[in-house]
Design a protein. Sequence first.
Length: 96
Amino acid sequence: MREFYSAPLEVKREFTGDFQTHPYECGWAGEAIFFISVEEICGDQAALHASVQVSSDGILWADEGTCFPPISGKGLYFTRVKHFGGWLRLNCSIAG
């Protein structure tokens, strides 16, 4: 039987500027899937840009290289990552 664990990092939050999700310690995992659910988006040509970051200690962060395509509408979006070390988070910016 397959085992998995879900860990919501940000839930039902409104963002108006750049932000990073809460870090998650996941050195025990071999893969991860990030989900972003957009319920409302406002602004002229507004878009969310999100990229995966990794860390060995949960303090200093490096870009992992995986990025979501620009998100400009309601919906559920996801991306997968592997080989990430001890910690994960999303680095996000909002344009428009």
